[in-house]
Ligand binder design. Structure first.
Ligand code: NI
Ligand code: MN
Length: 226
């Protein structure tokens, strides 16, 4: 499969033969890190980790364009259903087998309010996604602080971890997380989109390599094939 990083926390998971395309946290409009010339394929599933605008992003627009199904927590799914999206609600700890693979929602230490006009709507619990596709375990942590929950993750092939600090783990905490998760490959996300989440990805890479973990830094638009 091909894992394409599209800036901030946006991840596109595609089967190389074009059988499926799954996007996580599709923040496209207003995302300064989104690769402008990227040609997004037809999206089958949209996975949303939490209700913040930089993750919910263009979910409604993509659903309408591609008739995609949204996988998220129950509250976000109910909100999106009212906007006309096709939904598959789940919750933290729950597992479901989709046509593209197995999905489990993992805990994240964060918020999930949905900002709409002058209101903040309740967005349930934030989550990460543990996805088993083509026999490989992919972990997208979502927005989260450091937590011992990471110790429960096993046999991760590729982990996408936030390193930008302020709202999520910084480099130092992400390295502690990495020691717990011990993935084969780690890819840093959720940094340098704005100055408030500035981080030194090279420092993270050096730290990861000291732990014997391969770190791949993907620029927005770049992919990893596994
Ligand atoms: Ni957030
Ligand atoms: Mn965020």
């Amino acid at each position: 499969m091909r894992l394409t990083f599209l800036g901030h926390a946006v991840l596109l998971i595609s089967d190389i033969e074009g059988k499926y395309n799954v996007i996580i946290d599709p923040f496209i409009t207003g995302n300064p890190a989104y690769p402008k010339d990227f040609q997004l394929p037809k999206i089958d599933y949209i996975m949303v980790t939490h209700g913040h605008g930089d993750h919910l992003g263009d979910t409604v627009e993509l659903c309408k364009k591609y008739n995609s199904t949204v996988i998220s927590n129950f509250e976000i799914c109910n909100y999106l259903q009212l906007k006309g999206c096709k939904i598959h609600p789940m919750h933290v700890g729950g597992v479901y087998y989709f046509e593209f693979g197995k999905v489990k929602l993992t805990p994240a230490i964060h918020g999930s309010g949905i900002h709409e006009g002058d209101k903040v709507l309740y967005g349930g619990n934030p989550c990460g996604f543990l996805i088993k596709v083509e026999g490989k375990n992919i972990y997208h942590a979502g927005d989260t602080g450091l937590t011992k929950e990471f110790e429960l993750l096993k046999d991760i092939d590729v982990a996408f971890l936030p390193i930008g600090g302020n709202f999520v783990m910084d480099v130092e905490d992400a390295l502690v997380a990495l020691e717990m998760i011990k993935p084969k490959i780690v890819v840093p996300i959720h940094y340098n989109t704005w100055d408030i989440i500035k981080a030194d990805e090279q420092k993270f890479k050096e730290g990861a390599e000291k732990l014997g973990i391969k770190c791949v830094i993907l620029k927005p638009g770049e992919s990893l094939e596994i």
